[in-house]
Design a protein around this ligand. Structure first.
Ligand SMILES: [Zn+2]
Length: 462
């Protein structure tokens, strides 16, 4: 049996790992898009390190684009097997893959119009439904037979809605059972809406993420009061607008749930709240359709409030024209929109129009790459280049960092604590420096057989 590292090797995005059984049966774990800019990975998204026609089955850990983003291309290029994921991941994949197809299409159009070098999109919106037909949704915590001798178990990863860690139990003729695990992205305990990550069964070989392998998140007390104070100061005292750049899937729903709770307890002032992102609107519908993924607190909350993402003064904005009207809107309001890094999407327009006034506030709730407008604001820069213009930012900038969806190294080591029989632990989905530090850190917990595979490296296992 072999494991080949087809992506997410010494880098964070492009997750993809191929397991080939002795019989030749091929299982692909994740089929993610590479989202970085490394020169040597320029063609990563276009070139397969295998023939898609030869893959028998794809197991998807969760719907983030760096894990799922090449699935329509895989199907377009000849994959004929099934795609196994949780029900919620199948649901989220439908909107996220369509969104990805549309972004690729409009990017290519924009670049060719500007005479910039461009590639054809990896796939078009019309390819997405064909890929979605291949999904089989399965529930958490039940062994599902893929084929004779091969079963898969998905357990809650607590990372985004529907996210799972993957365990394979493989019994080939005349050979002992081999257990192979893939952590997917490991979430964090104690976050809103979702359940805590559930540890995996003991396995022989484990493919483990390492995004924050050198980091320990600062302990953040319940930030609801900080959130409420920011709202009151901006919208009541200063009569300003509160802009919240947030990823459409996950972060936006967490913010809405917090607002819903504040409204239910009578603490939220009567000001309009706008969710200005078509993807966020669709994602919120999928969240509402999957209560099986909710934690106890959220399930109890549902008994008193059947719509945790909706309240009196909340408005979802789909049409572009209505979004543009917010540019001239008078009076206080809260605007939530993508992208979380302010490098694209409707929130970029709102920051352009409203960021220049001192009575407004920009609230940053997520990770921002250093080069993006969000990253610059985080570093204290107050002049942003937006739409070809230098915009002085006079608005207050507030950050809330309690929202990270990735476990830090302490939480990851805790997640691995039950693994006593590992023959190998393969670190993936992390930058190489981080992985080296994480490898050393894991050594303190007796996890010593740690490999940091390179791209396309293959390991014989058993
Ligand atoms: Zn993820």
């Amino acid at each position: 049996m072999k494991i080949k590292f087809c992506g997410g090797a010494r880098t964070v995005t492009g997750s993809s790992y191929l397991i080939t059984l002795d019989s030749g049966y091929k299982i692909l774990l994740d089929c993610g898009l590479y989202q970085g800019h490394a020169k040597e990975l320029e063609n990563f998204n276009r070139e397969w390190p295998f023939d898609p026609k030869d893959i028998d089955c794809l197991i998807l850990s969760h719907a983030h684009i760096d894990h799922a983003g090449r699935i329509p291309k895989l199907v377009k290029d000849g994959f004929r097997g099934r795609i196994i994921s949780t029900h919620a991941t199948a649901g989220l994949s439908s909107i996220m893959l369509m969104d990805s197809a549309k972004i690729q299409k409009s990017d290519a159009k924009y670049k060719s119009k500007k005479g910039l070098a461009t590639h054809l999109p990896l796939y078009l919106p019309k390819h997405v439904p064909k890929a979605l037909q291949k999904f089989i949704g399965i529930g958490y915590d039940q062994w599902f037979k893929i084929k004779s001798g091969v079963k898969v178990l998905l357990r809650d990863a607590g990372h985004i809605l529907g996210s799972a860690n993957v365990t394979l139990r493989i019994k080939e003729k005349g050979k002992p059972v081999v257990m192979i695990g893939f952590t997917g992205d490991i979430g964090r305990p104690g976050r809103p809406i979702l359940r805590d990550p559930v540890i995996m069964p003991q396995v022989d070989y484990l493919i483990c993420e390492s995004t924050y392998g050198n980091r320990e998140h600062a302990s953040t007390p319940n930030e609801t009061s900080k959130f409420l104070n920011t709202i009151l100061k901006t919208c009541v005292d200063n009569k300003g607008k509160l802009l919240i750049p947030a990823f459409s899937v996950g972060r936006t729903q967490e913010i809405l749930y917090m607002l819903d709770q504040l409204e239910s307890s009578g603490q939220l002032p009567r000001i309009p709240v706008f969710v200005d992102s078509p993807l966020a609107i669709n994602a919120t519908k999928i969240f509402s359709a999957h209560p099986e993924c909710f934690d106890k607190e959220m399930s109890n909350y549902l008994l008193t409030d059947d719509n945790p993402f909706g309240f009196n003064d909340l408005y979802y904005i789909n049409k572009r024209e209505r979004s543009m009207k917010l540019n001239d809107a008078k009076g206080p309001c809260i605007i939530i929109g993508a992208s979380g890094m302010i490098n694209a999407g409707r929130i970029k327009h709102h920051v352009y129009h409203h960021g220049r006034y001192a009575n407004n506030t920009i609230l940053l709730v997520g990770y921002c790459s250093p080069g993006t407008p969000g990253g610059k604001l985080r570093r204290g820069k107050r002049r942003l280049s937006l739409f070809g213009e230098i915009v002085p930012i006079k608005a207050q900038v507030v950050t809330m960092d309690s929202f990270s969806a990735h476990a830090d190294r302490v939480e990851m080591a805790g997640f691995l604590r039950n693994q006593k029989n590992l023959k190998n632990l393969f670190l993936v989905h992390g930058e190489y420096d981080t992985q080296q530090e994480f490898k050393e850190y894991l050594g303190k917990f007796g996890l010593n057989r740690v490999e940091i595979p390179t791209l396309r490296q293959e390991f014989k296992i058993r």
